[in-house]
Design a protein around this ligand. Sequence first.
Ligand code: PLP
Length: 337
Amino acid sequence: MPASEAFRAALNYLPRVALAHLPTPVEPLPNLTKAIGGPALYIKRDDLTGLATGGNKTRKLEYLMAQALNEGADTVLTAGSTQSNHARQTAAAAARCGLACHLVLYAPGGVAPAVFNGNLLLDHLLGATIHWTEERAPYAAGLARVEAEVRAAGGVPYTVPYGGSNAYGVVAYAAAFLELAEQMAAEPPFDAVVFATSSGATQAGLALGAQLAGLERTTAIYGISVDQPRDVLAPRISALMRDGAALVSLDALDLPPVLVDDRYRGGGYGVLGEPEREAIRLLARHEGILVDPVYTGRALAGLIDRIRRGEFGRDQRVLFWHTGGAAALFAYADGLV
Ligand SMILES: Cc1ncc(COP(=O)(O)O)c(C=O)c1O
């Protein structure tokens, strides 16, 4: 049986809660392509997956929330930064599934910000209980503390890993790549797929999916790191890919190398710079589509720079995989006007 069929068969056995609007559209970006002089650019709209403004975590949460429900949880926990898209999507998924949600969020000094804005405002509206911390990713101590508190109060907690990045998150994005391959079956395959990478399961899944589709030598899967250096992130993504393949009993699969580009980390995680500002404006003004300052604006800035450096030819076809995050724009208003 071809690996993609074995994958689909195994996937059918994994519990899943339908949360995402799928398939997400693939659209050409003719105006941006013209403005920057090619290659032919396309966009995969995972900013339209749903869950209180969408994003890449919705696909992962379909499998993760199913695990929570199967384990009899009444509460889900996760963690992230103040403007975490993952936290907001987890809060929305919990509301949809009738579960309580606790979020461990980083803020300077571990103190709640004076203004609740962007994703944080949405966390509040979605009914999440927020615990502030000074701890940084992956927030193990904060999550363990809140998990113990939920148990002590008689609750049954399920902890969604940081970024939704475990084997379930990986298979969700392997399936997403197969969705893309099916949508584009009548057209030449893309030369590259470019996107923001951070906790790693999106990239691990897309690379696994390209392998399953037999496109691993045709379509380069380029993650633009928003925070971690390549030598830290690439081995983590390789390990996630192995975990994902094992979950669907494809342990023997010959897995592809991981392509992480860490040249665009600018001033560090969440620091808005001129490249992100330009990318946000270019996509908004030429195509009417919003990217965010932290992830997708940074990844798009990286893609634009690579094009300007001549790393892609005019005759090539490149897909920007939009992973969401525009809710954070409002929290960066001062730096964007
Ligand atoms: C908008 C957005 N894009 C990309 C990513 C990175 O995805 P991953 O954590 O799977 O690497 C995130 C993660 O938080 C995100 O919120």
